[in-house]
Design a protein around this ligand. Structure first.
Ligand code: R5P
Length: 289
């Protein structure tokens, strides 16, 4: 089995190759003057099992993933395991208003065409795995995030909304502290409201854990609320750190003690590396030999 890492996932792909003691396949990825993508597999992968690792975000990277899968198939590979560290479009996971497309489902259908198995990390909702027409599983980053947060002397772990409470419940068990959730209402893509709720955070060290930090709105509003209630230290953490637009400025302006994310999307905040967890998963599920 060998590894092909797309442009979104070079670093995690290299870590995975070390962890699995598996070689990276040489590829050529470049763009034509009009921006269209050119992909070539340079090594012979005939009859080999391939682990392809690439995000579907932003849009251009989805095209790369689809072209890469097709190139691998055409090059005669045997089995293709597609690892999508961050599955973009997962948040449109149902019809909220008549006439909408379920984007997660549309992408899942396309990604299933040239693959035998999908593995993704903390998808926004687990039911999106059912949208793939091939076996699909998810890995949770909560153990890794919790291990990182363990030496922060935390009193409480918070979910930004009730829907994410299971995630923090697991983290609290690992860290051995309390957990709770905030009451968030999303007004639109950029505006969030957190209802005042007595959280018993005075003089306490708190970590907020979410699956995604996108505009930073959820975290910024949550930090402000915790500060109003006199929390001591505030750590914000997530699996997928998108940090779009002025998210970092927004987070810096409300001042928390640390921003932490995993390396599903590589940024200055990717302090939690997931390659070992992915590699363990592939071995346990016997997807890798
Ligand atoms: C939403 O349900 C997610 O779990 C995150 O809370 C959300 O995507 C964060 O977005 P933003 O950083 O834009 O507030």
């Amino acid at each position: 089995m060998r590894i092909i890492s797309g442009t979104t996932s070079k670093s995690i792909g290299e870590d995975l190759s070390k962890s699995l003691k598996s070689q990276i396949v040489d590829t050529l990825i470049k763009r034509f003057p009009d921006g269209e993508l050119y992909i070539r597999i340079l090594d012979n992968i005939q009859d080999e099992d391939i682990v392809l690792i690439q995000n579907t975000y932003p849009d251009l990277n989805l095209i790369e993933l689809l072209l890469m899968q097709d190139a691998i198939r055409e090059a005669g590979a045997n089995k293709i395991i597609t690892i999508i560290p961050y599955f973009g479009y997962a948040r449109q996971d149902k019809i909220f208003q008549k006439g909408e497309v379920i984007s997660a489902k549309s992408l899942a259908k396309l990604i299933s065409i040239n693959s035998n198995q999908i593995v993704t990390i903390d998808p926004h909702k687990e039911h999106i795995l059912d949208f793939f027409s091939i076996p699909a599983s998810s890995i949770s980053a909560i153990n890794d995030l919790s291990c990182y947060l363990k030496d922060k002397d935390l009193d409480l772990i918070l979910a930004p909304d009730k829907g994410a409470v299971d995630r923090v419940k697991n983290a609290a068990k690992i860290i051995n502290c309390d957990f709770d959730y905030m009451e968030k209402t999303r007004i639109d893509g950029y505006n969030i409201q957190v209802k005042p709720k007595n959280l018993d955070v005075k003089n306490k060290n708190i970590a907020i854990i979410d699956d995604i930090i996108s505009t930073g709105g959820t975290m910024a509003v949550s930090i402000n609320e915790l500060k109003k209630q006199k929390a001591k230290k505030i750590y914000v953490s997530c699996t997928h750190g998108l940090f779009i637009g002025d998210a970092i400025r927004k987070l810096n302006s409300v001042k928390c003690d640390e921003i932490i994310s995993t390396d599903t999307i590589l940024t200055q905040f990717s302090k939690v590396k997931l390659a070992n967890t992915i590699s363990r998963f592939l071995k346990i599920k016997k997807l890798f030999d």
